[in-house]
Write a protein that binds this ligand. Structure first.
Ligand code: GUN
Length: 293
């Protein structure tokens, strides 16, 4: 088994991005600028957004964090998005999901100017993805493709099984893996909560992507020897023996799977690190478009 090291791959990408930013700044350009909107105090969202802001600082981006309490209104969020849309010094924005139940998240996502949609969640971005047109690809699937490319994994003609059909990960990733490109050119099966006997399908997979949000759902008996395992899960599970009181578990049972498969992503240090690198890459592309013309 070999590790698909998201931390190492993300570091390489971040170095390249930082070099491009430095070159631009030395030519007199402003810094790339990313804004993040965070609602409430959900622990996982706090961690993700803190990592995004920290990475911005590391690679020479400007970042703006806008926080709201859980009680924020739909109107306040829409007005914030409108203000960010109109800000000519801003290249990209993200509204961290999930949003509280009383908020219509689709309306918020739809309000984001597609030119600033570095999360790639807007229907315009997802439509472009379906048509293989240039546009922002959602950060997690994009990061997984970057990781496969970095490790020169040839996926042409292999069977990919994606578990989970979310708008953010499973659905766009199934499209990317089936595209006529490498990595890509896979025969893709998308499994979800209504799929009977998932194990009978994962056992046929050359690459399995676990993106359903159920800790340690994918077990070693569900994959064939030599398969590639991509673990998208990041769930906090109570662990009194840990100083933080919780541990982070992926959607795959790492150790037994590691003994059986050819490549595997760890959690943490796998897909999560790549999600952030991909978001930075999208923001860099927005900045280039905004400043180099
Ligand atoms: N929640 C979980 N993943 C993501 C992400 O990539 N972007 C945003 N905005 N929210 C998320």
């Amino acid at each position: 088994m070999q590790i698909l090291d998201g931390k190492k791959c993300a570091s390489a990408y971040k170095e390249t991005i930082a070099a491009e930013v430095n070159a631009g700044i030395s030519k007199g350009l402003r810094k790339p600028h990313l804004a993040a909107v965070l609602v409430g105090n959900d622990g996982a969202s706090e961690t993700y957004v803190a990592s995004k802001v920290k990475t911005c600082n590391e690679i020479g981006f400007e970042s703006t964090l806008i926080r709201f309490p859980e009680t924020v209104t739909q109107r306040e969020l829409i007005e914030t998005v409108d203000k960010l849309n109109a800000d000519a010094t801003l290249d990209g924005m993200i509204v961290q999901l999930p949003l509280p139940k009383h908020i219509n998240a689709d309306e918020v996502t739809l309000r984001i100017d597609p030119a600033k949609d570095v999360d790639g969640f807007h229907p315009g971005s997802l439509g472009r993805l379906l048509l293989s047109l240039p546009g922002f690809v959602p950060a997690t699937p994009k990061g997984i493709m970057m990781l496969l490319e970095f490790y020169k994994i040839n996926t042409s003609g292999i069977h990919a099984v994606v578990i989970g059909r979310s708008n953010i990960v499973g659905t766009p990733l199934s499209v990317l893996l089936s595209r006529n490109q490498n990595p890509g050119n896979c025969t893709v099966t998308l499994c979800h909560s209504k799929t009977p006997d998932i194990k009978s399908i994962t056992l046929q997979a050359d690459i399995v992507v676990a993106a359903l949000g159920k800790p340690e759902f994918l077990t070693a008996d569900m994959v064939k020897p030599g398969a590639i395992v991509i673990d998208v899960g990041i769930t906090r599970v109570i662990d009194p023996s840990s100083p933080k009181g919780y541990k982070i578990l992926g959607d795959a049972e790492f150790q037994p799977l590691a003994e059986k498969c050819s490549w595997i992503t760890p959690v943490p240090g796998g897909v999560g690190a790549m999600t952030i690198a991909a978001l930075m890459q999208n923001t860099l592309e927005a900045w280039k478009r905004n400043t180099l013309i």
